[in-house]
Design a protein around this ligand. Structure first.
Ligand code: NAD
Length: 477
């Protein structure tokens, strides 16, 4: 018996969770269930995290969590529970298999069989945001070496275990050379350790366009968090319905399983939601806990139901479907078919040993880190940039003003009149002689800024690591 924590969530959550659990029980899943409350009710009771202490205890004790979608109330300082959950429990790998069930579920892509593996903890989802001036807010994008190594290795190990042929990497490293550049670089490093698995790299915009147009070209696709969020919904949708795909969130000790879609308040309480996404999430859970026999039985019964044309409204099409059913009736149809094998859809045969070879992260020897200057961000709406530059000159020491940018574009020296400027200026001070900057130059420059009335909103130190520049140039520099 495996203890599993579950939550019925909000919107269509209770309906699809009841349907899923009914199927799992009928298939004799060896599970002892423990229910917790998360989501809207918890939020509205005044808990801005959407989850209370006892619920955390249950998840951390049982380590396996089946979660129906929840509604995050808009505004009011409510934090997304999904993001909190993934990060607090270290669920770094989000795995979303999206395949078509042609000709039983209508899709323009009958051959597609793509697994999107999304980094789940970092990137812009660090949620570090600040308003810095009247006109400018920022969100910090954090990409880390351990984060990249873990997710990319996970993708290759997943491909190896499930006999997938190729892993593709999606980034935007032509623009974000340091953050996405690190992801891509580590992808190349790790790919070279798996010579039997093909690998390729795509700039996210054209990669996503090709994936939406020709998903058959792709097999396993790995990417940073935000891109993965967007791309996996597109991938699920083009396979037939966002209501079909399940997802696992895997960490070193805990794992959470869910549907990829949200709580669909527009159809809640009407017995029309498709429970397949959550059910397929539950099948991933059964595989994870070593109950492949039950996972296969349910997947095959589900496939029989789909190929017999017993469909919920989201996938019902008059030409191909036989019977339009509600959530409850769909679950009953799956239960009736437990023990049957599908005739057309390939019968499920899951790997029995699903242990991936995921070494713990090893920190590398520290690089030689040399201070080369500082970017001083300034709130200023005082007119001509030359006047700002004049004022900034008084901050110089061994670090000299080398450039001013506005929204990343160089506006001094030799800026263009056409460049639109906000009240948020990045003023770069650098050593000119190649020597390291003096450690005190930066605090002294900031003290001087106070004296001359420059409103410094933040600074970023400029470093070289083992002689390699660790910061981007200005656009136009
Ligand atoms: P959604 O995924 O809930 O719904 C998008 C569309 O797909 C709707 O038209 C809906 O009716 C349809 N749909 C979704 N699931 C379906 C199913 N199983 N069967 C049939 N149709 C289905 O996305 P949304 O409307 O943008 O978000 C609604 C709420 O869900 C928001 O509060 C959001 O924060 C939350 N959400 C939660 C999760 C999660 O808990 N993991 C994920 C995404 C969104």
């Amino acid at each position: 018996m495996q203890k599993v924590t579950f939550a019925k969530g909000d919107g269509i959550g209770p309906e699809i969770m009841d349907a899923t659990m009914k199927i799992l029980k009928a298939a004799n899943a060896r599970i002892e269930w423990e229910e917790i409350q998360v989501g809207e009710q918890v939020y509205l009771s005044g808990n801005t995290s959407g989850i209370d202490k006892s619920a955390w205890e249950s998840i951390r004790k049982n380590k396996i969590f089946l979660k129906a979608p929840i509604t995050t109330p808009q505004g009011g300082g409510y934090k997304s529970l999904n993001v909190t959950m993934r990060k607090s429990l270290g669920l770094y790998a989000n795995v979303r298999p999206c395949n078509s069930f042609h000709p039983f579920v209508r899709t323009k892509h009958p051959e597609m069989d793509v697994v999107v593996i999304r980094e789940n903890e970092e990137d812009l989802y660090a949620g570090i945001e600040h308003q810095q001036t009247d006109e400018v807010v920022q969100c910090l994008k954090l990409i880390t070496r351990p984060g990249c190594e873990k997710i990319i290795r996970y993708a290759f190990e997943y491909a190896k275990l499930y006999k997938r042929k190729k892993v593709s990497c999606f980034t935007k490293d032509n623009i974000m050379k340091h953050t996405d550049g690190l992801f891509h670089r580590i992808f190349k490093e790790i790919a070279s350790e798996y010579p039997d698995i093909a690998s390729d790299n795509w700039i996210i915009d054209i990669g996503a366009a090709r994936l939406a147009d020709t998903p058959e070209m792709f097999d396993v696709v790995v990417m940073p968090n935000l891109y993965g969020d967007v791309v996996s919904d597109i991938t699920a949708q083009i396979s037939g319905s966002v209501g079909l795909a399940g997802s696992s969130n895997i960490g070193a000790s805990c794992a959470m399983f869910e549907a990829i879609h949200g709580s669909a308040p527009d159809i809640a309480g009407k017995n029309i939601a498709n429970p397949s996404g959550l059910l397929r999430g539950a099948v991933m859970m059964l595989n994870h806990i070593g109950q492949q026999d039950v996972a296969e039985k349910i997947t095959n019964a589900w496939a029989c139901t789909i190929e017999e044309g017993i469909h919920t409204a989201d996938i019902y099409k008059e030409e191909i479907s036989k019977q339009l059913v509600g959530t409850v009736e769909f679950a009953d149809a799956v239960i009736e078919r437990l023990g049957k094998l599908p005739e057309h859809i390939k019968a499920a045969s899951f790997a029995k040993d699903v242990k991936l070879n995921l070494p713990t992260y090893k920190r590398r020897p520290k690089a030689e880190k040399v201070l080369k200057g500082v970017d001083v961000f300034v709130d200023w709406d005082g007119g001509r940039v030359d006047d700002l530059a004049m004022k900034l000159k008084s901050l110089e020491s061994d670090i000299k003003l080398s450039m001013i940018t506005n929204r990343g574009v160089k506006v001094w020296p030799e800026g263009f009149e056409e460049t639109f400027c906000t009240d948020h200026w990045r003023c770069r001070f650098e050593v000119e002689n190649g020597h390291p900057a003096h450690k005190l130059s930066i605090p002294q420059a900031l003290a001087k800024a106070l004296e001359v009335g420059i409103d410094v909103i933040k600074t970023e130190n400029l470093y070289e690591f083992d002689g390699v520049r660790g910061y981007s140039l200005g656009q136009g520099q």
